[in-house]
Design a protein. Structure first.
Length: 99
């Protein structure tokens, strides 16, 4: 919500700030957006759903946050290089490696 930041959330939930950065695949110094999902525990290696169709404005990190899947696993499942981004309408696999 408005006014939240990782330092404040870490104190509120009695965690270390680095944990929030790691669990949410955030770069050091990242600023949270209002309404953004923030995980307090490590994300999973796969989602409960098989795939996701990319919508306008989505990137790999936002998809990883929606489905609680580790960002590096999402890249691995889709045979994509770290930092590359999907196009609108592309199918992103959430459970297993793309063939």
């Amino acid at each position: 919500k408005k006014g939240d930041n990782l330092s404040k959330l870490a104190k509120e939930f009695e965690m270390r700030e680095w944990q929030l950065y790691k669990y949410n695949d955030l770069a050091k110094g990242a600023i949270l957006q209002i309404g953004e999902i923030v995980y307090l525990q490590p994300k999973r290696n796969q989602a409960n759903k098989d795939y996701h169709i990319v919508r306008h404005g989505e990137d790999m990190r936002s998809i990883s946050q929606i489905y609680c899947i580790k960002l590096n696993k999402l890249y691995e499942n889709n045979l994509m290089t770290q930092g590359s981004q999907p196009k609108k309408g592309e199918k992103i696999y959430l459970r297993k490696r793309k063939i």
